[in-house]
Write a protein that binds this ligand. Structure first.
Ligand code: SPV
Ligand code: MN
Length: 623
């Protein structure tokens, strides 16, 4: 039987009709090849209808991949104990022989990789249903849109994707024959109690040649939901070819005086405050994870690739995250993952500011206080990387530009990492090149539970994108630096650091203080405030912050607070600059000379200041 006939054979008439109407022979052949390889029991094709969305929701429940909770629309999904985060170790790029991406990412020779994938996917869907779904990255019908097709045997993955992305069957019909769609093939692999069993054979392999991503033996959304991090890797490649930027960035409207609104993007490594920044009270959210930036009419414009959030639930509470805390306690279509379900059939998470539960069900199975794992370590009642999946339009503070096909003009770009010692709470770069190199390309962050592996280790994560870069770092930096060509109004680049610590290990700033840093940046890009010039960038004046703390947080902000938070720590800054220079020298090739020039110029300024004023310098020292 040829591939297309195999596909027809497994589809009901209605499903096959949907595929035929796409009028795309090549796509049908690929889908047929996947059917022949994975051997599903049946194939169900979704268009953009509510009927199909409901079919998927029901399948998620009847398959056991999700369970209904007490609140209407709420469900829970559990990933296995070893499948709780993105897995860089088993993620690799398939490349032609002899090509490499340098350090930080895994690669495998393409033909060898495809052969291994064939072996892994063989019969992987036996006895299961295969779902074929069409989505669009970015609003449909815009120059941001990228058509995508997802194949999966997990109704949970299909359901998550329907919450997180715009349905794209109709869009696909219009454009997919002309444009190469992104393609994703996922199988959860062998399941027991709905948990992927063969996690050591987990693969997230990116075939850049075919613009496809394969994912198997895993269910965690960051490894499986094609349009999320799997597509980001393909999108960065496409962006490099076409002269735009695909970014691991939030997109939000910051509200200034007299009804003014300025849009900012922000790149933060996972679990470093990206979602909570995007969700801040008083501001409006366009997106919290992935944005595309394009040049148009002399400006930079951006759109959110997604229409939902897959957010970390840990520490969500009414005080720090009022909007999200309110949304996830109301009836709505929300998937909770890797939380604990208590006897009232309701979710509990770490840091929910209620007395800890004594028992319940979690990613380990039946849980009770004191439960230990095979190593004798206590199993927490919920996972640190437990999450909620919901639509942005469920939020009170969603920005009206979410579905605007034109996108929004970007006024500022923020880079922030988890950095206990070096970066100041907020700094403005001198110009595009200085910002790209000393902030974006110098981003480091202490690791968190959002990726597998040890926590708390400083990781080099330029633009918070290192895991997603399908090219040499040098190419990426080249593209970034030249992005400003021909643009009069480039966004201003800032760095932030919410995680500075004092000598005793306490945080120097409060969680809510980020509201002030954002307001300051909004004023700054509009020329409403002045700044002090440090060797590393511009910082706010005390008077402006004092006023903003009062206005925004109704909180006193003392000169001592300011001095402590904005004290320039030259030995730490120099050490970091050296470390970054070394990484670029030793671990990467063909790095644009501008990278070294800019970092060395910063190093020189820091040393000169050190000679003149000493190691630790209060802001008053600078004019
Ligand atoms: C992140 O870890 O950056 C996330 C969640 O946004 S994941 O889908 O795992 O990438
Ligand atoms: Mn992310």
């Amino acid at each position: 039987m040829n591939a297309t006939n195999s596909l027809k054979d497994k589809c009901n008439a209605n499903s096959f009709k949907k595929l035929e109407e796409l009028d795309n022979k090549l796509l049908l052949e690929w889908l047929g090849d996947c059917v022949q390889l994975c051997q599903p029991e049946s194939v169900y094709v979704c268009d953009d209808s509510e009927t199909d969305a409901e079919y998927i929701r029901q399948k998620a429940l009847t398959s056991g991949g999700e369970k209904a909770l007490a609140t209407k629309g709420h469900t829970v999904h559990f990933d296995g104990p070893k499948d709780q985060a993105r897995d860089p170790e088993h993620t690799a790029y398939l490349l032609p022989e002899g090509m490499t991406l340098g350090p930080f990412r895994n690669t495998i020779e393409r033909q060898k990789g495809l052969k291994e994938l064939d072996d892994l996917f063989k019969d992987s869907m036996a006895g299961k249903e295969m779902y074929i779904l069409f989505f669009c990255l970015g609003p449909t019908g815009s120059d941001f849109s990228i058509p995508c097709v997802q194949i999966t045997d997990s109704a949970y993955v299909a359901h998550s994707e329907d919450i997180l992305y715009r349905r794209g069957y109709q869009h696909f019909k219009k454009v997919a024959a002309k444009e190469a769609p992104f393609r994703f093939l996922h199988s959860a692999g062998r399941l027991e109690n709905n948990v992927s069993q063969d996690v050591e054979k987990r693969r997230i392999w990116i075939d850049l040649g075919g613009m496809r991503v394969y994912s198997i033996n895993t269910q965690y959304a960051g490894n499986t939901v094609g349009l999320k991090k799997l597509a980001l890797r393909l999108a960065i490649k496409k962006a490099h070819q076409e002269g735009w930027l695909a970014e691991h960035m939030l997109l939000m409207g910051i509200h200034g005086p007299e009804g003014r609104k300025s849009y900012f993007t922000g790149a933060f490594p996972s679990a470093c405050g990206k979602t909570s920044t995007a969700m801040l009270p008083g501001e409006t959210i366009v997106g919290d994870d992935i944005a595309y930036l394009r040049k148009r009419d002399g400006k930079v414009v951006a759109a959110n690739v997604e229409r939902g959030i897959f957010g970390i639930i840990r520490d969500v509470n009414p005080k720090d995250d009022p909007v999200i805390a309110d949304t996830i306690t109301k009836p709505d279509e929300i998937i909770f993952s890797n939380v604990l379900i208590n006897k009232d059939n309701a979710p509990r998470w770490l840091g929910d500011e209620r007395p800890p539960p004594e028992e319940g069900m979690n990613f380990y199975g039946d849980w009770n206080q004191g439960l230990t794992d095979v190593h004798g370590n206590e199993v927490p009642y919920a996972h640190k990387n437990a999450r909620y999946t919901l639509r942005l339009n469920s939020l009170k503070n969603v920005d009206q530009a979410l579905e605007d096909p034109k996108g929004v003009e970007v006024k500022g770009i923020i880079y922030g990492g988890r950095d206990s010692t070096v970066w100041l709470p907020v700094q403005q770069s001198f110009d595009w090149q200085h910002g790209v190199i000393t902030m974006g390309a110098s981003l480091e962050s202490e690791t968190t539970a959002a990726t597998l592996g040890a926590e708390g280790q400083r990781k080099f994560d330029p633009m918070s994108c290192i895991d997603f870069l399908p090219s040499l770092l040098a190419d990426h930096l080249d593209r970034y630096l030249s992005f400003s060509k021909g643009i009069k109004n480039m966004p201003t680049i800032f760095s932030v650091n919410y995680f500075q610590k004092d000598a005793k290990g306490g945080y120097l700033t409060a969680m809510e203080d980020k509201r002030v840093w954002l307001k300051w940046m909004e004023l700054k890009v509009n020329g409403d405030v002045q700044a002090k010039k440090l060797p590393t960038g511009y910082i706010p004046l005390y008077e402006d912050l004092e006023k903003l703390f009062r206005q925004v947080l109704n909180k006193a902000y003392t000169k001592q607070d300011y001095d402590q938070q904005f004290k320039l720590k030259i030995p730490e800054f120099l050490e970091k600059t050296r470390r970054i220079i070394d990484i670029y020298k030793k671990q990467a090739t063909n790095i644009p000379p501008a990278v070294f020039e800019t970092l060395q110029a910063q190093e020189k300024r820091l040393k000169e200041t050190q000679q003149e004023h000493g190691d630790y310098i209060l802001p008053d020292m600078f004019g």
